[in-house]
Design a protein around this ligand. Structure first.
Ligand code: PRX
Length: 583
């Protein structure tokens, strides 16, 4: 197995979670129907609504005055919202949208920094039955145009600081007719086409709203995610997908009513949507959100100040904490009870470090935007094999397949696949692209694009991607998007982009660039191109390394052979190059 460690870590002593104490029994007994009966509230007609399940039912019951949201601001102050507060605010926001004639199925996007209004808007959109899209605040004009254009969003919720990026592309977005601006503190609502002040509209809106009755497979949220070819694709989820979010928040993240929970992911990405919003509030939990930037001191302060007990984070952040001189033992973190990680391989050293400094092991969880919730994981009830992703969530059937779709025996590396019908929260469609949607499936199997191996104890071990997708600091970046941003610069003829292994970030983005004749291939040019990508595509998606080369390896049909670039970079054999035009 691909691991540096031989010892296992015994399951948590306090892993007393209901029916998953015994993994093997849970495998036999688990049923999605029973889970739905236990965790979901439906309306009398059998329909449901995510926001009703996350907010209204708690506000109408015993949890009305329980703190739902703790907002830790970057200036060290904080705000708290109860479930009752969030019911009122999401009702008002749904009414704001209804007054703008937004209807069920319309796409409404949220492009805000991490402030409570980001969550209120998101949940208000779902309450009305519109499709909620979220976008990372670091996105620049190219990334915004791709998403808003493809989805034909009619409304966007943004801030005075982020609005100029929308203004610059508004002419290319004929469907976008309303821009709701959320101001906090001192702010000025900018003048412009279709502008509405969030605060004014909320003040004028009624505090009551009847949540839309949604069928199980009616759309809820959409997230654009990178593939290896072409522009990002809109992965669309349904209202019923909250069920798997709740099941996994309960049984994998082990969330209990008394916990204070912090998922460090931004809601521009799927982890922030599913585990920073749906799962925790579906269960009526207290959720911390943090506006400030990452630093070990800032994060330990948040954990200490708010008595966080369940913490869901990511390997790059954990490695940065490990590398820092700041000692977590100098903080009072005794409330921490359960730790989990997602997004990239969790190296065994990170687990050993967690055990040393927190007395707790990080539990790895594996899933994808398309899957909508955790699918392979280290349940609290399982012993951990450091370096392994764990076992399938009870209810989900996982296998390793060869390229022809045959199930491979234990110990053999292949395609990590899931029986589609067993993944309750699997995406419902790819927006406007049924061909792409179909391409994920081989018969009854959903093919993840990851390669993995299963050991004889049934534990899965991640090997890598089977394609060119880049995972940098847990964020998924398509090489094509970065190449497109680079070739937009007048100095560039063409570019090939790969993920280069990196100890801290998992991978970094590396670009190979062919410059126009006469352009100096110097450090200034590298800096110029990095800034260009940061300002046109996104702050996180720029190439940290650039090499200037004379020509790119390509197939005869002109496709850039990224695997050859990668092999050359890593000093590995380049494999079959017979179809290459030049290399
Ligand atoms: O390659 C796998 C990696 O992240 C990909 C999914 O990315 P995304 O859709 O952005 O979702 C990230 C958060 C769910 C996967 O195909 N990945 C995710 N979790 C792990 C992982 N790789 C190794 N170990 C994990 N635990």
């Amino acid at each position: 197995m691909p691991t540096t460690s031989t010892s296992t870590i015994q399951r948590q002593a306090n892993a007393s979670v209901a029916n998953l104490t015994d993994y093997d029994a849970a495998l036999l007994n688990f049923s999605w129907h029973a889970a739905a009966d236990e965790l979901l509230d439906t309306f009398a007609d059998g329909s449901l609504n995510i926001t009703y399940n996350c907010i209204d039912r708690h506000a109408e019951g015993d949890r009305a005055d329980k703190t739902a949201l703790i907002f830790e601001q970057s200036n060290g102050e904080h705000e708290q919202y109860t479930f009752r507060d969030l019911k009122k605010l999401t009702n008002q926001f749904s009414n704001v949208l209804a007054d703008l004639s937004v209807k069920k199925g319309d796409r409404v996007f949220v492009f805000l920094p991490t402030i409570p209004e980001r969550y209120i808007a998101f949940l208000g959109i779902l309450k009305l039955g519109a499709v909620a899209g979220t976008m990372f605040a670091a996105f620049q004009e190219d990334a915004l145009l791709d998403r808003l254009g493809d989805s034909e969003a009619s409304v966007i919720v943004t801030s005075p600081e982020l609005y100029p990026r929308i203004k610059n592309i508004q002419d290319k977005l004929p469907a976008l007719n309303q821009i709701i601006i959320v101001g906090r503190g001192q702010y000025v609502i900018p003048a412009g086409k279709g502008i509405i002040s969030y605060n004014d509209a909320m003040d004028a809106a009624s505090e009551s709203f009847e949540p839309a009755h949604m069928q199980n497979d009616e759309y809820s949220y959409m997230l654009y995610t990178s593939g290896t070819t072409g522009k990002p694709k809109g992965i669309v989820h349904a209202h019923y997908d909250i069920l798997q979010a709740m099941v996994t928040t309960k049984y994998v993240l082990d969330l209990r009513d008394s916990d204070i929970y912090w998922c460090t992911a931004d809601i521009g990405w799927v982890t922030g949507v599913v585990y920073g919003t749906l799962g925790v509030w579906g269960l009526g939990g207290t959720n911390v959100i943090y506006e400030g930037r990452f630093s070990p001191e800032n994060w330990y302060d948040v954990l200490e100040k708010h008595h966080v007990s369940v913490w869901y984070s990511a390997p790059t952040a954990i490695r940065m904490l490990m590398a820092s001189a700041t000692n977590p033992k100098s903080y009072d973190l005794h409330n921490l009870r359960h730790l989990a990680s997602v997004g990239e391989p969790l190296n065994p050293e990170a687990i050993w470090w967690g055990l040393d400094v927190f007395g707790l092991a990080f539990h790895d969880t594996w899933w994808q935007t398309e899957l909508g919730a955790i699918a392979v994981t280290n349940l609290p009830a399982l012993d951990i094999k450091p370096g392994s992703m764990g076992k399938p969530l009870p209810g989900i059937e996982v296998a390793i397949l060869d390229d022809a779709g045959n199930v491979l025996p234990d110990g053999e590396q292949g395609n990590l696949a899931l029986r589609a019908s067993t993944v309750s929260s699997l995406m419902k469609t790819v927006w406007g692209n049924p061909v792409k949607f179909d391409s994920y499936f081989k018969g009854e199997w959903y093919i993840s694009g990851d390669s993995a191996v299963r050991d004889s104890d049934g534990y899965y071990w991640f090997i890598g991607r089977t394609d060119d997708l880049i995972n940098t600091s847990g964020e998924r970046v398509g090489p094509f998007e970065v190449e497109s941003a680079l070739v937009e610069h007048p100095a560039v003829v063409e570019a090939g982009v790969i993920g280069k292994p990196d100890k801290l970030r998992g991978e970094i983005i590396k670009a190979f660039v062919v410059l126009q004749d006469g352009i100096e291939p110097d450090e200034d040019m590298k800096h110029t191109l990095q800034q260009h990508v940061k300002h046109h595509l996104a702050g996180h998606a720029y190439p940290r390394e650039i090499d200037f080369i004379d020509h790119l390896p390509k197939t005869r049909s002109g496709k850039i052979m990224r695997r050859v670039l990668k092999a050359q970079e890593l000093g590995l054999p380049t494999g079959d190059t017979s179809t290459l035009e030049s290399y």
